[in-house]
Write a protein that binds this ligand. Sequence first.
Ligand code: ZN
Length: 268
Amino acid sequence: MRAHQTVLSWVRGQLASGALNVGDRLPGERLLAEQLGLSRSAVREGLRILEALGTVTSATGSGPKSGTIIVAQPQEALGLALSLQLSTRQVRFEDVVQTRLLLETWAATHARPDYDDWADAASLLERTAEPDLPVEQYLRLDAAFHAELARAAGNPLIATLMDGLRSAIADHTLERSRALPDWPTTADRLHAEHAAVLAALQEGRCDEAADLLQRHILGYWQLTERHHSGSPAVSVPMADVETEPRPPAERTVPVEERADRSDAGVSA
Ligand SMILES: [Zn+2]
């Protein structure tokens, strides 16, 4: 085992046994090096890796928030890993779209019948109705709205994955949305679709909500495809693909469309 891996497995073991929990502080670098029989540079390397993975955060100084603290924020690491993967073109943008469809429609059909915490989703929806909201801000609220809806399924990993997917393609999403000829009209339509999805979920019409979400996601993707010149394959806004009545029940991106854009690349 390489030296830094000793640090990783020690932390994993401490978390697994409950000796360490989110919010706890790790022993100082020197103490940890002694305890694990490693050099301080090996400990530092291990901690850097854990930080990149979103498992610890480090702050210098002497306050209560200083030191190395256990956190559970893998979204950024996931987003970064995924965006690198997209850059190598081993994963295409439409692959991200399909994954998003899978996650969101699953979450909608599995929304817990007793879930009633829709206030945040409703408030995000209201904020997107604000006139003249800049596109960038709209997309952020849109992403948060979708993540809120998915929460109803009670699986926190779904929101984490959605966040990672969204951040991996955020730049490209913005670029696509800015290329649309009439953003205000698009924003109105997105808003109406969001409202319909939320209402369906609130009223327990889960299958319908899943279907609406699918059309929302694929529709927006198709719309931006049409207006994004030179469209390299990567394109659907994680947070919001919207409308456009389309093959209503097809859950995957049509094959002939996939063929055109095998060259994606996330933020090209
Ligand atoms: Zn949306």
